[in-house]
Design a protein around this ligand. Structure first.
Ligand code: GDP
Length: 170
């Protein structure tokens, strides 16, 4: 079993993806006041791949183009606990300054990062999808958290990443 943290700016679909991967097995695990108040943990699953999932949704937006201290603290905590971080962005909105800040920060962490473009219904890439190549986090996985599209691709990338870091996924 490994731990996956869903990170990214508000409104990219983190909660929606969390709910889809966790289903009904929701568990609240946080007891650190302030830092982890809005963080949710649960048991996630894609096909036969099971993992612990940390959601960092429920964060407030900071000043435009920056990350609020709270958002940083929540994300840092999630990254500390996670084997892999899944950074979501909104492919319909394209890459925003806040996504760039997030990516710059994630590029400096030790935790391996998988980049996923959300709101790609039918895995169809909108113009905003391609902007994310500039984030320096590799090729994005096209997802629709709302419709469940792209989960097989996410599965594939997760298994590859686990192999790279020497974790047996099963
Ligand atoms: P969070 O703030 O990152 O947790 O984002 P939410 O999960 O609350 O989603 C933000 C908004 O995006 C909501 O209105 C969702 O319904 C919408 N949304 C989430 N996933 C998708 C998706 O795959 N496709 C589309 N079209 N909308 C989505």
């Amino acid at each position: 079993v490994f731990t996956l943290a869903i990170v990214g700016r508000p409104n990219v679909g983190k909660s929606t993806l969390f709910n889809r991967l966790v289903g009904k097995k929701l568990a609240l695990v946080d007891d650190t006041p302030g830092v982890t108040r809005d963080r949710r943990g649960g048991e996630g699953r894609i096909a036969d791949l099971e993992f612990l999932l940390i959601d960092t949704a429920g964060l407030e937006e900071g000043d435009v183009g920056s990350l609020s201290e709270r958002m940083k603290a929540q994300t840092a905590q999630a990254l500390k606990e996670a084997d892999i971080a899944l950074m979501l962005y909104d492919a319909r909105a394209g890459v925003t300054p806040m996504d760039e800040h997030f990516a710059a920060w994630l590029r400096r962490t030790e935790t391996p990062v998988i980049l996923a473009a959300n709101k790609c219904e039918g895995k169809i890439a909108s113009v905003g999808f391609y902007e994310a190549y500039a984030l320096g986090l590799g090729e994005p996985v096209a997802l629709s958290a709302e419709h469940g599209d792209g989960l097989a691709d996410l599965y594939q990338v997760l298994v590859e990443t686990l192999k790279e870091i020497g974790i047996d996924p099963y």
